[in-house]
Ligand binder design. Structure first.
Ligand SMILES: [Zn+2]
Length: 445
């Protein structure tokens, strides 16, 4: 792939300052003195679809990338008949990220988090020698585990212990993993995603490590934006409505940004795509704030009640105590500018939605995707969508059962274990640094 340094620039969503990509390919925020804001990419050309490039790189002139990362498949987009009929909709399109050979969906992690790796890792220069630190609730970790192993990129994945079962590879990818460019750190002691983010932050401030950046990384957001680009390519127009279950909400911001970009492009019509985002009860911080049109999220402490609520969620990947909601260009703005909606879905409703999807479409879903399906039924009932509207349902993960039947799965063991108390208290940074230095066999001073 020829790389044109100038195919995009970065603009601050708050002050409009414009930046070129810096040498290490990892500018995450504006340097001016103002409250937190996201940077956004601005691509100089219209969307060009490159059939000659593999997987998601067919959209590479709208990805902030300088190299191709192997093995990242596009979602499969198709017009639903079964689920559409059950919901009473005429134009329901499903974007399926997962494994479903009959629908030409071949994501070997069975999760749309794989899309994030295209933008994040493709943004890194070839000569990058640092170790990227990725904090995850499970699915993002598996996606980076696969992509970094297969492409020999140094990475440290930080996850709560209860998400360890999410870290698996196929036998083939496990062969690449054997070269050990990827290491795994787990956090014990009833830790959740937020705790993993905290541990990741401490590690990424050490020499030789850098933070993946989460929602702040334009590569992550534009990689996920491929869901909307591939849908527009298949449908021919920007959808009227977009449904997705969210934890941090980064996928929601990404979809909104991709929709806005397509609107400016003009080749796919000039519709505003309304966001319909859902969370799993009983922990729904984004929904709670949005229903009050409150830009400020409630602060969730490390208390027993919050942990219990998070532990009782069926879709644990949707738990994030500090999502990128309030900052300029974040989820509040995405919902506001798209005239969006939030939904709360109970565990029972999501199980039922999963059963309906299986019966009408014929594939098993990730619990988060089941939450999104349930929210679609709520939207129909509340008349937030009309029968003939063009609707895009982002099925963010599925096909696990089908995939595990067809493929040998290898579960990955942690390289290092931290306890929650390692990241609490005044000497937490020193404790973490000491353990990490030992893992990487560096002299600790
Ligand atoms: Zn700025």
């Amino acid at each position: 792939m020829e790389y044109k340094e100038s195919h995009y620039s970065l603009r601050c969503a708050a002050c409009g300052s414009e930046y070129g990509e810096n040498g290490n390919g990892f500018l995450l925020s504006c340097s001016r003195n103002h409250p937190p804001a996201l940077l956004r990419t601005f691509y100089r050309e219209k969307l060009e679809i490159r059939n000659d490039l593999p997987g998601v790189f067919r959209y590479s002139n709208w990805l902030p990338v300088r190299r191709i990362i192997d093995g990242i498949e596009c979602p499969s987009v198709y017009k639903s008949t079964g689920l559409a009929k059950a919901a009473g909709l005429d134009n329901l399109f499903i974007s399926f990220s997962g494994y479903w050979p009959e629908k030409h969906a071949f994501m070997k992690t069975c999760s749309f988090k794989e899309l994030e790796t295209s933008g994040v890792l493709g943004r890194l220069p070839e000569n990058n020698s640092g170790t990227i630190v990725v904090s995850s609730a499970g699915n993002t970790g598996r996606a980076f585990l696969k992509a970094c192993s297969e492409n020999a990129i140094n990475a440290l994945i930080v996850i709560p212990e209860k998400a360890l079962s999410s870290l698996w590879l196929t036998g083939n990818s496990a062969g690449f993993y054997g070269s050990r460019t990827v290491k795994i750190a787990v956090l014990r002691g009833n830790a959740d995603y937020f705790d993993a983010i905290r541990l990741g932050r401490i590690i990424s401030s050490m020499d030789g490590f850098f933070a993946e950046g989460g929602a702040k990384n334009v590569g992550r957001r534009d990689g996920m934006g491929v869901v909307v680009l591939s849908a527009a390519e298949t449908i021919g127009v920007i959808p009227d409505h977009y449904f997705q279950a969210v934890g941090s909400g980064t996928g929601g911001i990404a979809a909104w940004e991709a929709g806005e970009r397509l609107l400016r492009d003009g080749a796919y019509g000039r519709r505003i795509m309304h966001l319909h985002l859902s969370q799993n009860e009983p922990f729904t911080p984004i929904k709670d704030a949005w229903e009050k049109r409150d830009r400020n999220l409630k602060i969730y402490a490390d208390d027993y009640d919050v942990k219990m609520r998070i532990n009782s969620m069926r879709a644990s990947v949707l738990s994030n105590r500090k999502p990128p909601y309030s900052l300029t260009g974040g989820l509040y703005d995405a919902l506001m500018y798209s005239s969006g909606y939030m939904y709360g879905v109970s565990n029972e409703e999501s199980v039922e939605a999963g059963k309906i999807f299986y019966k009408t479409e014929g594939m098993d879903l990730d619990p988060a995707a089941e939450v999104a399906v349930a929210s679609l039924f709520q939207a129909v009932k509340m008349e937030r969508v009309k029968r003939k509207d063009i609707i895009l349902l982002n099925i963010t993960g599925g096909g696990y059962r089908c995939f595990k039947k067809d493929n040998e799965i290898v579960y990955i063991k942690p390289d290092i274990v931290f306890d929650l108390k390692d990241i609490q208290g005044v000497s937490s940074t020193e404790k973490v640094e000491e353990k990490i230095a030992l893992l990487y066999e560096k002299v600790y001073i």
